[in-house]
Design a protein around this ligand. Sequence first.
Ligand code: NAD
Length: 493
Amino acid sequence: MKTSPPLWFEPAPWIDGAWRQPGRGSDPFTVRNPATGALLAEVGRADAGAVTAAIEGAARAGRGWRELPAAARGEILKRTAAALRARRDEFARLLTAEQGKPYLQAAGEVDYAASFFQWFGEEARRVHGRIVPHPEAGREFLVEQCPAGVAGLITPWNFPLAQGAKKVAAALAAGCTAVWKPAEATPLVALALAPILAAAGLPAGVLQIVPGKGSVVGPVLAAHPHVRVLSLTGSTATGSSLMVAAAPGIKRLSLELGGNAPFIILPDADLGSVTDQLVQLKMFVSGQVCVTANRIFVPADREAELIERLSARIAGLKVGDGLAEGVDAGPLIHMDACRDVRSRVAEAVAAGAKIVAENRSFESTPGLCVENFSPPTVVAGVTDSMRLAREEIFGPVIPLLSYRTLPEAVERANATPYGLAAYVYGTDLGRLRAVASALEAGIVGVNEWRPLKAEIPFGGVKQSGIGAEGGEEGIREFLETRVISMPKPGVDG
Ligand code: NAD
């Protein structure tokens, strides 16, 4: 059993390079390990006044940060990447203790977070403008890419380190300063990053971290005139309310929202490899992933074989405390999440679907907070109208929807307001390519369950979001284009 590490930071807002313990009478967040219920920390909450102070501090720090050479800003980010890799085990154990995901997945998240600090550390010095010829003689245009100003960053609890890293690294690389609000359930791993960035050379005030309630911090960020960009990863409902709050101030928005990913199994697919990858995808963070497969489209004549293979895999999974050896799936974030998943499955069963596999092994493991666990489950006979197929499940449930023809499967896959991720599995490359191109999604994994990398842009279409993170595109979310039209200097004065 790996134990969670002692905290190397204070559980309080990080503002202007120092921990700011809220005054008496403030109501802290209680952060518990969802697997065991053990208390991890009481975290001081940033109220509206603290968030305003953080924004104003970030605005003051903005000038010095913008004027630092881009290469120097990039070096700080690359040093942060190296420090994260060096402290991978400590961060992974904290992440598992706070979020619940198995240790190996948490260690993978630390690597993934480091890859964004590395990538944007490199991208920082590739931001450049251009000179454009003027139609009049003796003049020219300078097209500049400028940091937008203070960025407000809001992140969810499922990837509390990596979602923050994507935004923080891109914003700072662009020359913005930032105020980051982590999710209520997982503020620790965000605060843990503050001393790492400071040791890497980040000046005070450039990144402020304000644990707080979304409904308190969000409106303050959205209303403050110094905040010029709002970048949120969260549910579509939260994205929509942030857009409304940001409208009066005409803020730039970058939104990474919910999904409802189809997973299409072509008639020629190798079901052994499909089963293997589908179970990995669905057990990843126990299905609490925006890009997880939400609707599995299987050819009707291959469904029985898929059920047999999936049942064997599900029965062999170890479900438990992510800090214990060999665990494949941890708890959900809290018991309300379990209740929600249970009710979706129950509704589907009441409407004619059938549970064909379930793993409740965690129920007999001593020391677990059993009510925070959701059993890995396979549900067959799911139809498009069931809530299980219409909305994100956010749990380890594999809903099977059978189809007869491929055009029908593609049409049904696209019949959703969401468009984040999609998956296609098969052997004929031409067919795979054609189906992948026909799917309305920001990213399509072809025979690959985890295509996301720092090198590529990732963002949703339709109600899954606006803008992108990662790739060359990620930094542009924090840049503004402006033009100077001026006389062209000449040697004759
Ligand atoms: P959520 O929308 O409830 O919360 C996300 C963040 O928004 C939290 O920090 C929360 O405090 C904050 N928030 C809540 N209300 C707010 C408000 N009115 N104004 C401003 N901020 C507010 O989502 P969650 O339950 O934490 O995360 C799960 C959701 O996130 C799922 O829908 C999932 O698909 C989505 N998600 C999307 C991506 C992506 O890249 N597209 C990645 C991970 C998660």
